[in-house]
Design a protein around this ligand. Structure first.
Ligand code: GLY
Ligand code: MN
Ligand code: MN
Length: 483
């Protein structure tokens, strides 16, 4: 810990700094028996991913940081979350030691992988007891280099050696730039102004992640299962939710409790939107009441320890019964979701999924008389009037990130061919804002989204979240059964 960092914390620190204290606290510690380290299930999968990366970046040194802890305010931090590219290639998930960096060094044939991370400091160091951010007396023990090497199948070196290594960077180096600005700055200075393949690396890892391997699929299944339990937890508290002035917060708290209990955290801020709030696509303020007669739009996902997340939305009547108009809207959205799902199979183009959903959404709002133009014109590229009621897309890839593979090129994502092993959402919705003068009054303030997580199989698709009630009747009985 730097002197600066120590003085920053002086106001609250009472840790003595004299040598008698240091001598005394440094000694007379026994050995705690740690469980024997074993290779993690994901280690061989990550090795395979690194092999593909290595082949594409022959002769290049690759730097993939996990990233630092991010400051929330002054000396408090956000919950730590490693960069997804780092986790993808190392298998180190929720328990990643902050500031770690994976370096892949060309060895003539392929690459050697080295994990630079902050080794345990040892009890003879001041860091151990005086550094509130990283000291093991404060935040708990760090794993030994031997254990990290066994668990991840990657050689380890002390983080203290990293800056010497990075200082040798030249034009044959490529890095994940956005993960850790301190590492990026060192590499940039060492490389000078030269052409690099940083952008290629960003694109490569995003596109590699488009098709999930067996480990990823099983982790996403776990995330979906934990998310399903979280939805059940919420429904079981509906009497309490409707009695509280900030019922939306209770929903968020109940779901997030499950996410922490069964996973690492939520994969994104939980959306708990009741009544007219459901018309705001990403309502995360969650400070409103949940009233009898409201629809509740809940969009939430558990991120498991390996950092894969689910992303699921259900919209349900708080009192267990849809009104006629709520049901009409709900069933239109469900029809759109089912139509999109029906076309999914290897070989289609990804954006066709969206088009299938939009065909149904447009037809319904046209039949209800909300469009100022004919259906065909609205569906044409120069029209799109129906999108007033659903401005978001129908599908995005899902994995380590809720909006996964964000740097993939358009021709592999939106215009890409759907392939076996891809996982994405189908999430049509209809949102009639409370002040929308284009719709009759009884539609205003109704927002519905139904979001499922879809795995592409060899012949079609599997809806991973099919077990969470989705038809209007099933949703009604679900609410009534659990509440
Ligand atoms: N929860 C964000 C989304 O559905 O994309
Ligand atoms: Mn969502
Ligand atoms: Mn989504």
């Amino acid at each position: 810990m730097s002197d600066d960092a120590i003085s920053r914390n002086e106001n609250r620190s009472t840790t003595p700094h004299n040598s008698a204290f240091h001598g005394y606290i440094s000694g007379q510690w026994g050995n705690v028996q740690q469980p024997v380290a074993v290779e993690r299930t994901q280690a061989p999968f990550c090795a395979e991913r690194r092999r593909a990366l290595s082949a594409d970046f022959a002769g290049q040194t690759l730097v993939i940081p996990a990233g630092p802890m991010l400051v929330r305010s002054y000396d408090t931090h956000h919950p730590y979350r490693a960069h997804s590219a780092f986790t993808y290639y190392t298998g180190w998930g929720a328990d990643t030691v902050p500031d770690s960096v994976l370096v892949l060094t060309p060895n003539g044939r392929d690459h050697d992988a080295t994990m630079f991370y902050r080794f345990p400091a040892g009890r003879g160091t001041e860091e151990f007891y005086a550094d509130a951010d990283i000291g093991e007396f404060w935040v708990g023990p760090r794993p030994t280099p031997e254990d990290v090497a066994v668990e991840l199948g990657i050689a380890t070196k002390s983080l203290a050696e990293l800056s010497g290594v990075l200082a040798k960077a030249d034009s044959s180096w490529a890095m994940v730039r956005e993960a850790d600005s301190a590492v990026t700055d060192i590499v940039d200075i060492a490389r000078g102004h030269c052409e690099t393949r940083d952008d290629d690396l960003a694109v490569f890892q995003s596109e590699q992640r488009l098709v999930k391997d067996a480990f990823e699929i099983s982790e996403i299944r776990l995330a979906v299962a934990a998310t399903a339990t979280g939805f059940d937890d919420v429904l079981a508290t509906m009497p309490e939710v409707t009695a509280h002035s900030r019922g939306e917060r209770l929903i968020e708290g109940t779901f997030n409790r499950r996410a922490r209990a069964e996973g690492n955290n939520v994969g994104y801020e939980t959306i708990a939107a009741a009544g007219t709030h459901a018309c705001f696509l990403h309502w995360v303020r969650n400070d409103g009441p949940v009233r009898d007669g409201d629809l509740v739009l809940m969009d939430a996902g558990v991120e498991v320890e390996s950092l894969y997340t689910a992303d699921i939305t259900r919209t349900f009547p708080a009192n267990g019964r849809f009104t006629e108009t709520q049901r009409l809207v709900y069933e239109a959205v469900l029809e759109a979701a089912d139509a999109a799902f029906a076309i999914v199979k290897p070989g289609i183009v990804f954006r066709e999924v969206h088009a299938a959903a939009m065909g149904i959404i447009a037809r319904h709002v046209s039949e209800w008389g909300f469009l100022p133009v004919a259906l065909d014109e609205s569906l044409s590229e120069s029209g799109q009037h129906h999108r007033r009621y659903m401005v978001h897309g129908t599908s995005h890839h899902l994995g380590l990130d809720v909006h996964d593979c964000p740097q993939a090129r358009k021709e592999f994502y939106k215009d890409g061919i759907v392939r076996e092993g891809m996982v994405f959402t189908i999430e049509p919705g209809l949102y009639f804002q409370v002040d929308d003068l284009t719709v009759p009054e009884h539609f205003r303030g109704i927002g519905v989204r139904i979001e499922d997580n879809i795995l592409v199989t060899s012949t079609g698709a599997e809806n991973l979240s099919i077990g969470i009630p989705r038809t209007a009747d099933d949703v009604e009985s679900w609410v009534r059964r659990l509440a």
